[in-house]
Design a binder for this molecule. Structure first.
Ligand code: PLP
Length: 392
């Protein structure tokens, strides 16, 4: 698998490895006190030394806040970008991005599998403002190329996708988007920058729900955008301030604290998920398993090329159909029944009735017999025992 994470040509501080950047980028000890952990600057405004005399460059916390800046610098470093921006949620980040990139009459190609809320944002919100969209299978660059129109401004992909763990070839799609005069947006929530760095593969913007692996402890809702394009970064920052859906200081601090352990958590998520996917693949009550680490997965080779590991998300279809899938969710105990993902604790859910209910009846509708697991970092034998019992 690739190791895109230490760039030998970068400036010395940028040449540091991912694990080091996660702990130190944007997080110098506090200049005033020496505090090793960046303080939570829970202040809406900043004293000015005379009108316009800003002490540290800060004036009002919607525009910028030192705790949020620390997180934003950290995110930019981890994704290998130049500008990171932190938002109140993943969807707030997506909304800011689409209103920065698109005006009425513009067109966007969206994936055939994606988080239901992302689909809802395009189908139920952006469309009302005159943004047009078509669905194309992100695993098929030719299909994405065929969906481009003269006014296509963005190709939007999730890889791995939610909930079917589809894999898009980021480098190939970057070429397709570039030829079509569009920008490639990659939602990197499922992989995290530890496993995959879309900007290095040619993407223009990375989207995150930091609620998930970045926060990592199911205690914060947040979102982020990262780009290597400074002028796009400026436009995004303008819209972030003008629209106002920023991450607050405490939420920024929680995400930063989570990110410090991202690498070690992801290693365990990957190892546990691989064991569980293997068990499910051999289980008589499981009809199909979706995990990019399995050789049977159609995107396995692309995933191996562009990811450091295959992640902690596993979906599977239950042989007995929808009611049997719901029953598995209900019987699980250690896997907590709940939406969201990416925390240290394992979660189980029924996408058709829960996270993806908003895609019902659309091209993004998910199978009724599908169960999605967010495999946590508990002892894998306990997780295997719980699932085996839940499958009955
Ligand atoms: N992108 C993906 C892949 C997601 O799974 C989610 C939420 O589940 C989002 C974006 C939206 O993020 P948030 O819930 O933080 O608004």
């Amino acid at each position: 698998m690739s190791d895109q994470h230490a760039d030998p040509n970068a400036a010395p501080h940028q040449a540091r490895h991912f694990e080091t950047l996660a702990i130190h980028a944007g997080q110098e000890p506090d200049a005033a006190t020496g505090a090793v952990v960046p303080p939570i600057h829970q202040s809406s405004t900043f004293k000015q030394d005379g009108v316009g005399g800003l002490r540290g460059g800060y004036e009002y916390s919607r525009s910028a806040n030192p705790t949020r800046t620390a997180l934003e610098e950290n995110l930019a470093a981890l994704e290998g970008g130049r500008r990171g921006l932190a938002f109140a949620s993943g969807l707030a980040a997506e909304d800011c991005l689409l209103r920065t990139l698109l005006v009425p009459g513009d067109h966007v190609v969206i994936p055939g599998d994606a988080y239901g809320g992302t689909f809802r944002l395009f189908a139920k919100v952006a469309e009302r403002w005159g943004v047009e969209w078509d669905v194309a299978d992100s695993a098929d660059p030719a299909a994405v190329r065929a969906a481009l129109r003269p006014r296509t401004k963005a190709v939007w992909v999730e890889t791995p996708s939610n909930p079917l763990l589809g894999i898009a070839d980021i480098a190939a799609l970057a070429g397709v988007a570039r030829e079509g005069g569009a920008r490639l947006v990659v939602d990197n929530t499922f992989a995290s920058p530890y496993l995959q760095q879309p900007l290095a593969l040619g993407a223009d913007v990375v989207v995150h729900s930091t609620t998930k692996y970045m926060g990592g402890h199911s205690d914060v809702v947040g979102g982020a955008l990262v780009t290597a394009d400074e002028s796009l970064g400026e436009e995004l920052a303008f819209h972030q301030n003008a629209m106002g859906a920023i991450a607050g200081p405490f939420d920024s601090w929680l995400v930063m604290r989570g990110v410090k352990t991202l690498a070690v958590r992801m290693d365990r998520h990957c190892a546990n998920a691989a064991r569980i996917a293997g068990m499910l693949e051999a289980h008589p009550k499981v009809a199909r398993v979706y995990y990019p680490g399995l050789e049977s997965h159609p995107g396995h080779e692309v995933a191996a090329k562009q990811m450091r590991g295959f992640g902690g998300m596993v979906s599977f279809r239950v042989a007995g159909g929808e009611e049997a899938a719901v029953a598995v969710c209900d019987r699980a105990e250690l896997f907590t029944l709940g939406e969201s993902l990416g925390g240290v604790e394992s979660l189980i859910e029924h996408p058709g009735r829960m996270t993806h209910a908003s895609a019902a009846g659309s091209a993004l509708e998910v199978p009724g017999d599908l169960v999605r697991l967010s495999v946590g970092i508990e002892a894998v034998d306990d997780l295997l025992a719980d699932l085996t019992r839940a499958l009955g």
